[in-house]
Design a protein around this ligand. Structure first.
Ligand SMILES: Cc1cc2nc3c(=O)[nH]c(=O)nc-3n(C[C@H](O)[C@H](O)[C@H](O)COP(=O)(O)OP(=O)(O)OC[C@H]3O[C@@H](n4cnc5c(N)ncnc54)[C@H](O)[C@@H]3O)c2cc1C
Length: 472
């Protein structure tokens, strides 16, 4: 048995685990990442970064790296496949970055390696025990003693199960299938580039079902998605056969559409689940380990990356002896309501897949209402993550995201690359501070304020209209 020590063990090298490990490494925390699989599969469930995730990656100088690996940008999101524009938001990234999940993971793992952290692949967490001083984690022939363990090990999380936490929610009645399919030629009516959320879905044969095609990076390569919210197979884990995919393509797009290759296919459920707690003493959950839902709106990966961004700096502050009492508990207090809201909007989106004439009428009415700019803005705020405001007893803008703006030759987001707090002040800046990047700016997004202290994850921690006081 190999014995290792670390400050934090991250179980799972999906997007959530890799983002978290990057955040910890950036803060100088000694982190070990355990991954069950011997090699990355290269398969991608998710296909997008939402605007808030783009902003979050930009705060760490990671967005460019992701965009290099992307194949498109889409200037809108969708709610139940009804397009919702991101144009009304004060963001430099009012679009979805079209990027396969495997490429997000590759970009994050590349940065992690540059920070000197290697993922221990082929190391499945099989158990752990915690005591007052730390956690001992077992993964095959390795045992790691650490101060904290974070389960980023996906929807079937071994960490969550070992903690015996309730995974609350509801069991859906349906299922969906995703498959990457190469066609011999462009299916009739299918877009050749993914630039909009329009015309991606067509009515399916039976009530409550859907089928759609999203064009991917190669000519005639599409993400085929189909499903039925009223019916599910007896075994949701049963392999999706090529025959099933071919039959669905024939039924939906006609006999003439020829498939050259089915690269992969997998089935997913429309269950909706949220962990009862995100923390038990020294063990935390993040990403799909804490919440799973039907992939409507393209939100799951984005939620997990932002969980990681929220937890990373807090764990680092605790380990570096700079955290105020209770900081670690704010992770659950802030992130669980965000996941709860996503689960709600996903359930609403699922209900908008019509199964009856009445539901069809409701969908048409809903679609009509989305023409109202305020409605569109509310919906796009939900799916983009741009509407997140962490609860605070202090008035606005405390708890809201700092919109990016130009400063000097660059942008204010550049000041966050080291993962520190950032103090923006329109008054004289005062002396440098070891834990805070201090910058004088000509103006703030809130003209009545003179100083805002912004957390490493880009949310306002505190604000004042005084020219004296902290860090003056
Ligand atoms: C069909 C489909 C389409 C989707 N499309 C989108 C989309 O467009 N946009 C979006 O935002 N989201 C989408 N999602 C959701 C998204 O894929 C997930 O939310 C995302 O993968 C969650 O990342 P994660 O890192 O939390 O978990 P995972 O990606 O599941 O990663 C968990 C990692 O932990 C490893 N692991 C598991 N158990 C152990 C263990 N015991 N020890 C060590 N390692 C372990 C796994 O091998 C894996 O590498 C989609 C999901 C599906 C099913």
């Amino acid at each position: 048995m190999d014995e290792l020590t670390a400050e934090v063990v991250v179980a799972g090298a999906g997007p959530s685990g890799l983002m978290l490990a990057n955040e910890l490494a950036l803060a100088g925390v000694d982190v070990v990442v355990l991954e069950r699989l011997a090699a990355r599969t290269g398969l991608s469930k998710a296909l997008n970064l939402q605007p808030r995730t783009a902003e979050v990656l930009d705060l760490r100088g990671l967005l460019g790296r992701a965009e290099q690996r992307s194949f498109t940008t889409v200037p809108e999101g969708h709610f139940a496949m009804i397009p919702v524009s991101y144009a009304g938001w004060d963001t430099r990234h009012p679009y979805q970055v079209g990027i396969p999940q495997a490429q997000v993971e590759a970009a994050l793992e590349e940065r992690l390696a540059e920070q000197g952290v290697k993922v221990l692949r082929g190391h499945e967490l099989t158990g752990f025990a915690q005591d007052a001083g730390g956690v001992t984690v077992t993964a095959g022939d390795v045992r790691v003693r650490a101060a904290y363990l974070v389960g980023c090990d996906g929807g079937r999380s071994a960490v969550r199960k070992a903690l015996d936490l309730p995974f609350e929610g509801f069991e859906g009645r349906g299922h969906g299938v995703s498959a990457d399919v190469l066609f011999a030629s462009t299916p009739p009516g299918a877009p050749t580039e993914w630039r909009s959320m329009r015309n991606l879905v067509r009515s399916a044969a039976s009530p409550g079902s859907f089928v759609g095609l999203i064009p991917l990076a190669e000519p005639n390569l599409y993400r085929l998605s189909y499903g039925d919210r009223l019916n599910r197979p007896a075994d949701l884990r049963a392999k999706v056969t090529d025959d099933e995919v071919r039959a669905k393509v024939r039924e939906s797009f006609g006999d003439a559409v020829e498939i050259s290759e089915i690269r992969w296919a997998s089935r997913f459920s429309d269950d909706s689940r949220l962990a009862g707690k995100y923390r038990v003493d020294r063990v935390f959950l993040a990403g799909d380990a804490a919440h799973t839902h039907f992939p409507a709106g393209g939100q799951g990966l984005n939620l997990g990356v932002q969980d990681a961004m929220n937890l990373g700096w807090k764990l680092a502050a605790e380990l570096n002896g700079r955290a105020p009492a209770g900081l670690l508990d704010t992770y659950e207090a802030e992130r669980r309501p965000v996941a709860e809201a996503v689960l709600q909007n996903v359930a609403a989106q699922t209900a908008l897949i019509p199964a009856t004439p009445e539901q069809r009428a409701m969908r048409l009415l809903f679609q009509d209402l989305t023409a109202i700019p305020e409605v569109q803005h509310r919906l796009s705020g939900m799916v983009s993550g741009l509407n997140i405001r962490y609860a605070s007893e202090e008035p606005d803008p405390v708890g809201t995201r700092l919109p990016d703006f130009p400063v000097g030759d660059g942008y204010v987001s550049d000041l966050f690359h080291k993962g520190k707090f950032v103090l923006l002040t329109t008054a004289p800046a005062g002396p440098p501070h070891p834990d805070v990047v201090v910058a004088r700016v000509p103006a703030l997004p809130w003209p009545n304020l003179t100083k805002v202290l912004v957390r490493p994850d880009g949310y306002v921690a505190t604000a004042t209209d005084s020219t004296a006081g902290w860090l003056a």
